[in-house]
Design a protein around this ligand. Sequence first.
Ligand SMILES: Cc1cc2nc3c(=O)[nH]c(=O)nc-3n(C[C@H](O)[C@H](O)[C@H](O)COP(=O)(O)OP(=O)(O)OC[C@H]3O[C@@H](n4cnc5c(N)ncnc54)[C@H](O)[C@@H]3O)c2cc1C
Ligand code: FES
Length: 286
Amino acid sequence: MFEIVSKEKLGPAVFRMDIAAPDIARKHQAGNFIMLRINEEGERIPLTVADKDAEKGTVTLVFQAVGKTSAELAELCEGDSLLDFVGPLGKPTHIEKFNGVVVCVGGGIGVAPVHPIACALKDIGNRVISIIGARSKELLIMEEEMKATSDELIVCTDDGSYGKQGFVTEALDEVIRREGKENVALVVAIGPVPMMRFCAKTTEPYGVHTEVSLNPIMVDATGMCGACRVTVGGETKFACVDGPEFDGHKVDFDELTKRLAMYKESEARAMKIYEEASHGGKRCWE
Ligand SMILES: Cc1cc2nc3c(=O)[nH]c(=O)nc-3n(C[C@H](O)[C@H](O)[C@H](O)COP(=O)(O)OP(=O)(O)OC[C@H]3O[C@@H](n4cnc5c(N)ncnc54)[C@H](O)[C@@H]3O)c2cc1C
Ligand code: FES
């Protein structure tokens, strides 16, 4: 069993949890994720390791309650335990000292997975410009953590309630033009699928290499079941073992969007049954 050592609410339906998992904390590298299962009847879900403390033997998850399993997880408390916690999974991010600037872009909950990548790139001596965004101020997460690991941090909100008004893609375009496309070595963009798609579209005309971290539905996370199949550069890849990071200019985002929506009805039904059974139709954290 894997104990929840601490829990914090970061925003509406967004939570941070530290889990006691010493082996994963020791082996984790930026870009890795874990698969967890709450109990015997539970479904497995993948979550990125947003941070780790190898000395304490804990890993940090930052997640949004969007459906049955993430809602059930959000209801657990400090001292509760998870039945299965497997990782580190996925290929780690390629980290090197680049000649140009590196731009890390996180949208919504995507700030959590971009954080360890920004840290690893900064630790090796890169100049890191980070752009983080959310729909509004109350949904913005991990601003202090991103500030601490960036040479420059640009904050955007769609409604202008904090930072610059507008999408992260507009700030990304401004940074590339200001720095000069030849001086931008890499863009890493993580967030909702439309945000990653438009980040890749923004950088394509400049020819700036752009890594995105894909979030297809995963079942076994061992490369056996094919649930996480994505098409990249015309080739079939399994995000759990070949990714989750891929060249954003080569990803078939239309297919990814369609595959993510495949089980929408069943997901909504599972959530409704869960909420009705446990809370009379109300979300307990609201
Ligand atoms: C490698 C990887 C890393 C991830 N890291 C994180 C993370 O650090 N934090 C985090 O909050 N989430 C992360 N996700 C997404 C997370 O796994 C899903 O939100 C979760 O599986 C939803 O399960 P559920 O049962 O709560 O909801 P479901 O019932 O499965 O889905 C409810 C609704 O959520 C949306 N949804 C479902 N699956 C996904 C998905 N994979 N991506 C985006 N939206 C989805 C759909 O709109 C769906 O209708 C990651 C996904 C992958 C593949
Ligand atoms: S989740 Fe089964 S192959 Fe990737």
